[in-house]
Write a protein that binds this ligand. Structure first.
Ligand code: SAH
Length: 217
């Protein structure tokens, strides 16, 4: 029993360390990290699952509900899809992108550079997946692949938002108008945007999210 407890602790420590690296480096760093050490990726996912199970609701279920209310003909891109729960739960065509394939549906790539044509999808999703420090590049990629008027859905840990108004303002510069925001959960926010046009270049200082660092338990 003691040994099992020690192993648990070690896994927890490695998870927190990996998690911190994902939130404090760029998406390219994350891609390099997991390419070099796929076992780290699986460990990360076990830790992630354990965290999310503590929450009253899984954010991805909110995205599933949202998509079920809209036509199944909409083409979806899921950035940082994890185990592809979203693709498995809706009738839509869903392009799934992640760094390592947890499911055969996954196209392995850095989400800052996905193999989709410009203006080819109706809905882009980031569910707990805005991880790199190069947020502007990542959201710029979502803008590129979205059709004009297309939807961007973001579900993120509530405590990551330093200044939600500044964040939403920065999003307008990236070519996204806020359609709805659900800030009611103390765990995560769900934000819906519509693409108004291409991202405007230049710095977007309000586009900042705190890293999501988990406490030792
Ligand atoms: N959307 C899923 C998983 C969230 S965990 C869900 O809600 O259940 C965040 C996911 O983003 C992880 O699977 C991680 O591997 C992925 N990710 C992080 N950085 C990435 C990058 N640069 N490119 C692609 N996927 C990335």
């Amino acid at each position: 029993a003691r040994r099992a407890r020690m192993e648990e602790r070690l896994l927890g420590a490695r998870f927190r360390y990996l998690n911190q690296q994902l939130y404090t480096g760029s998406s390219q760093d994350a891609a390099r990290l997991f390419r070099a050490d796929p076992a780290a990726f699986h460990l990360y996912h076990r830790g992630f699952e354990r965290q999310v199970q503590r929450w009253p609701e899984r954010p991805v279920q909110r995205i599933v509900r949202y998509l079920r209310r809209r036509p199944a003909s909409l083409v979806v891109a899921d950035f940082g899809c994890g185990d592809c729960t979203l693709a498995a739960s809706v009738k839509n065509q869903v392009h799934c992108f992640d760094l390592v394939p947890l499911s055969p549906r996954v196209t392995v790539c850095d989400m800052a550079k996905v193999p989709l044509a410009a203006e080819s999808v109706d809905v882009a999703v980031f569910c707990l997946a805005l991880m790199g420090t190069n947020l502007q590049e990542i959201l710029g990629e979502a803008n590129r692949v979205l059709k004009l008027g297309g939807t961007l859905m973001v579900a993120e840990v509530a405590s990551r938002f330093e200044d939600t108004r500044a964040f939403l303002k920065a999003m307008t510069q990236l070519g996204f108008r806020t359609v709805s925001k659900d800030l009611s959960s103390s765990y995560f926010y769900v934000l819906e945007f519509a693409k108004t046009g291409p991202a405007r270049p230049g710095p977007a200082p309000g586009l900042r999210l705190r890293p999501c660092l988990y406490k030792r338990r």
